[in-house]
Structures are given as structure tokens and as C-alpha cells.
Design a protein around this ligand. Structure first.
Ligand code: SF4
Length: 328
């Protein structure tokens, strides 16, 4: 079985890579980073440092990308409805609806910009499959994911729940009575390994022990290990500059430590509203106004609360992102 480390370049996945470099975790056959082309410069600088450290241990980090999430998100907002957008670049913006209600846009960005690129990498580079060729029916790729104990709920087996309709009889009018049910769709060729949780999860949803680093680690344990082994090195939070999942504490950190990147986020926050306005106006209706921050005011006038370290309002959405791709 080939082992592939999914590198998000945040604290947890960086810890896994560096543990492997030190021989404290079995060396992965491949390491892959999926680039949305809109991460803060500190993430790219950290990635370059990781590449150097990995190279010393004979490990190569491969970068895959499907394009720029920034450019595509704006293009998607302007052109949506014309049917000529190639990628569904939907970021989970907060939306002020015209009827006074508030909502959130569907999140497709992790799937489109990270998971699909990684999936293609697994199939083509790791398994050597040609386009259209079937993947093996048995586990052939062990995917190492940096989820720590404090985010344990994000660890999921390889597969997804699909919604299916089942006919269960006739209704009063002679039509079919159907009920919806969730059906597990396994990814047969994958095993997901969570070294910080000491477990592996299998396509049939079974869970087995995989104690390779001696104990269960929290994010704080990772930070402590990094400080001890790489004194002075700060590992940034890995997420797109425009990500609405950032907590207030993370926005404040960006504004204070990297004003240029914060200015880029402010500019994008305006651009995306203009793009949605143009797209909606062309289609003859205004559906709602998107914002990057949950208070639904332009980013530069948000009164961030330094005590708000949690990403309020999006916990359930992060739960759906089990691949250790965003924020880890
Ligand atoms: S970091 Fe945020 S914006 Fe970027 S892909 Fe993940 S959820 Fe989407």
C-alpha cells in the first residue's frame, strides 16, 4: 500500500511531515500540497521551508493546483447563469438576503480546489491510472491526515453519504410512496490514517488502532513539539486569504502582522460583492449581498473581537471537511 501525506501546511500536517523527517513516523511515499493560489505569503514561505526540511530527509513535496480560487470566484460570480463557467467556485460567504434574512453560500471550494486535485494526484501519480481507468477494489493508498484530538470529529472513513430514494409502497392517490435514506458510498481503494489520533479508518467504516507516534496529540501538543524541535519557527494557519471561516483572532493577526495581505482580503471582499451585483443585475434580480465576515459589513470596518477565537457559525461546515485540507 502506498502512503500519501495530505499536507495543508498548517500546524498539524506540518508536524506529521516533520515527524516523518525525524524518523518518528514512517516516511510517506508521497507528500502532496494542493494550492488554491490565494494563500497568505507566510504560508508559501513556510511551504518552501518545509520543502527544504523534507529534502534533507529524502522526501519530496508535490504541489497540485486546478487554478486560482480568487480569479475563478470572481469570474463565477459575474458569469453564473450563462452556463459558461468551468468551475463551481463557491466560497461560503455570509449573505444578507433582500428579505432581511441572513444565510451562507454553499461551500464547494474545498472540493473543487483541493479534494479534486488531490484525488487526481492519487489516481494518476500514486496509482498510475490512466484517465477513465478503474481504481483498485481493495485499499491501495493510505492517506495520512493531520487531524488532532481537539478536532477529532473531522476524522471520517474514506467515502461519503449519498441520499437515495426508496419506493416503499403506494400512497392514497395510487402513486409511489418514497422515502429518502442515506447510503454509504465507500472509496474502496483508500484507507485514511490519522496518526495524531492513533487510528486508521477503512472503507467499510471500521476503525483500527494505528499507534505510530505513541499517544494521542492535540494541536497544543503539536505546537509544543514544534517549539522544542524547531525553536523560533512559527507555523501559520493554512487557509485562503479570503476564507470566511477565519476567526476574529485570525483576522486581527493578519491585519497586524501582514497589512498587505489584509489589504488584499479587503479588496477581494469588495470585488466579490461587485461581481455578484453585476452577475445578478444582468440576470434581472438581486438575490443577496455576500460578505467575507459574519457581521456582514465590509471587512475594513469590522470591529473584530480579539476574544473570539472560534469560527462562529461554521462549525458544522468544517465538520464536512474531513480531509485535513483547510486550516490544518
Ligand atoms: S480555506 Fe476556506 S476558502 Fe479556501 S478552500 Fe478552504 S474553505 Fe474554501
Amino acid at each position: 500500500m502506498k502512503t500519501v501525506l495530505s499536507l495543508g501546511a498548517g500546524v498539524q500536517s506540518s508536524t506529521l511531515l516533520l515527524l516523518a523527517c525525524r524518523g518518528e513516523l514512517p516516511k510517506p511515499d508521497h507528500v502532496v500540497f494542493s494550492d488554491t493560489q490565494f494563500e497568505p505569503p507566510e504560508v508559501y514561505a513556510h511551504l518552501e521551508w518545509l520543502k527544504d526540511e523534507a529534502a534533507k530527509a529524502g522526501i519530496t513535496i508535490d504541489t497540485v493546483t486546478v487554478g486560482s480560487i480568487k480569479r475563478d470566484a470572481i469570474d463565477f460570480a459575474r458569469r453564473r447563469g450563462r452556463g459558461d463557467v468551468s468551475r463551481y467556485a463557491s466560497i461560503p460567504f455570509y449573505v444578507a438576503n433582500n428579505d432581511g434574512t441572513q444565510g451562507m453560500m454553499p461551500r464547494q471550494c474545498t472540493k473543487e480546489y483541493k479534494l479534486e486535485a488531490i484525488d487526481k494526484y492519487h489516481r494518476r501519480t500514486v496509482l498510475g491510472l490512466k484517465p477513465g481507468q478503474r481504481a483498485p477494489k481493495e485499499p491501495a493508498v493510505r492517506v495520512l491526515i493531520g487531524i488532532s484530538d481537539d478536532e477529532r470529529h473531522r476524522a471520517k472513513p474514506p467515502g461519503w453519504w449519498a441520499s437515495e430514494q426508496e419506493e416503499i409502497g403506494e400512497n392514497l392517490f395510487g402513486g409511489a410512496m418514497v422515502r429518502k435514506r442515506k447510503v454509504w458510498k465507500p472509496v474502496h481503494w483508500q484507507v485514511r490514517a490519522y496518526p495524531l489520533l492513533n487510528v486508521e479508518m477503512w472503507p467499510d467504516q471500521s476503525v483500527t488502532d494505528w499507534d505510530v507516534i505513541g499517544g494521542i496529540w492535540t494541536r497544543a501538543d503539536c505546537v509544543k513539539w514544534l517549539e522544542k524541535n524547531f525553536p523560533g519557527r512559527k507555523v501559520p494557519k493554512s487557509a485562503c486569504i479570503c476564507c470566511p471561516y477565519r476567526s476574529d483572532a485570525e483576522w486581527i493577526h493578519m491585519r497586524e502582522t501582514d497589512p498587505e495581505t489584509f489589504a488584499e482580503a479587503v479588496s477581494f471582499d469588495h470585488e466579490i460583492r461587485e461581481a455578484y451585483r453585476d452577475g445578478q443585475a444582468r440576470r434581472g434580480f438581486l438575490a443577496g449581498v455576500p460578505y467575507t465576515h459574519r457581521t456582514m459589513v465590509p471587512l475594513e470596518v469590522v470591529e473584530f473581537d480579539p476574544n473570539r477565537t472560534k469560527r462562529k457559525g461554521c462549525g458544522a461546515l468544517w465538520d464536512e471537511e474531513p480531509d485535513g485540507m483547510c486550516g490544518l
